[in-house]
Design a protein around this ligand. Structure first.
Ligand SMILES: [Zn+2]
Length: 292
């Protein structure tokens, strides 16, 4: 999918009061679960994997991309291949060369000027190749180390947002407003909606919410609708997929090659469980069903 098509998906989401789900299958088998859910619900989605996930599951960007292009054959709804949190430019460039259509460069732990510089470097490589770029300002922490580098969180400073987007040239921005990676230790995490509104008032760029696992549905809905202004256009959901798979099969985390050795019938049960979860998120969290 071309960059302009991806930007159009974001725009459509904001205009119509829904968010794109960006789902982490964490292995090559579950890419199909996300695609089947998207197809069944007629929802546009992204399939994502982060650099930490690639490392942990012993996958290369090329292997993941190949599995993706195999899984989307015959799928009629838009499915974007997205590289989630990546901290170095070389991994991003390799992923783009492997066929990723959208990438995230996470310079949020760097000083402000360095975050702009590294994002700009990725944009300079990505845009001529028709690839969309997501950046992060403020730092979204959390317990899930596969998605994030650490547990420290730092809220996005609204006043920095327009300057950052203009100078870096990024297409979309992940903001830190109180969500966290992983599953929440508390039932109702406090999300700073006033901050989100302020950010929205300062930029028209697509905004991304990370840490969508275990977030109460009404919190997600408020972040998406934002009093009719249209807030978050993409929500990352990672941990929930792996938990659904593990629960169904009674297994723990394992590298991709090891997972592929599980009995085919077990894998099918795992795919079905994750598909059910993704369909639920599309329908009840993101409002993206029938939006393709
Ligand atoms: Zn994230």
């Amino acid at each position: 999918m071309k960059r302009s098509d991806i930007l159009a998906l974001y725009e459509n989401a904001r205009k119509n009061g829904y968010a794109l789900g960006s789902f982490s299958p964490r292995n090559t088998v579950l890419i199909r679960a996300v695609c089947q859910a998207a197809e069944a619900k007629k929802a546009p989605v992204l399939v994502q994997i982060s650099s930490n996930e690639l490392r942990w599951f012993s996958l290369t960007a090329k292997e993941f991309a190949n599995a993706f292009y195999e899984a989307v054959k015959g799928v009629t709804v838009p499915v974007v291949l997205h590289l989630d949190h990546t901290y170095d430019t070389q991994t991003v460039f390799d992923a783009i060369d492997a066929g990723f259509q959208s990438v995230m460069i996470d310079g949020s732990k760097l000083p402000y000027a360095e975050n702009i510089a590294i994002t700009k470097e990725v944009v300079a490589y990505a845009h001529p190749r028709d690839v969309a770029v997501e950046a992060e300002l403020g730092n979204i922490g959390g317990a899930d180390k596969l998605e994030t580098g650490g547990d420290e969180a730092l809220y996005t400073i609204p006043a920095q947002v327009p300057d950052f987007i203009e100078k870096s040239g990024c297409d979309s921005l992940a903001v830190s407003i109180g969500t966290a990676h992983g599953v929440y230790p508390v039932k109702n995490p406090k999300i700073d909606f006033e901050r989100l509104k302020e950010i929205r008032s300062l930029t028209g760029a697509p905004l991304v919410l990370h840490g969508g696992s275990g977030l109460p549905a009404e919190t997600v809905h408020t972040a998406i609708k934002l009093d009719g202004i249209g807030g978050i256009a993409k929500i990352n959901i990672a941990t929930d997929l792996e938990l659904a798979f593990q629960k169904e099969l009674g297994v723990t985390r394992m590298p991709n090659a090891e997972l592929l050795k599980l009995p085919a019938a077990d894998l099918e049960r795992g795919v079905a469980a994750v598909q059910t979860l993704v369909e639920d998120r599309i329908e009840n969290y993101l409002f993206s069903s029938h939006m393709a």
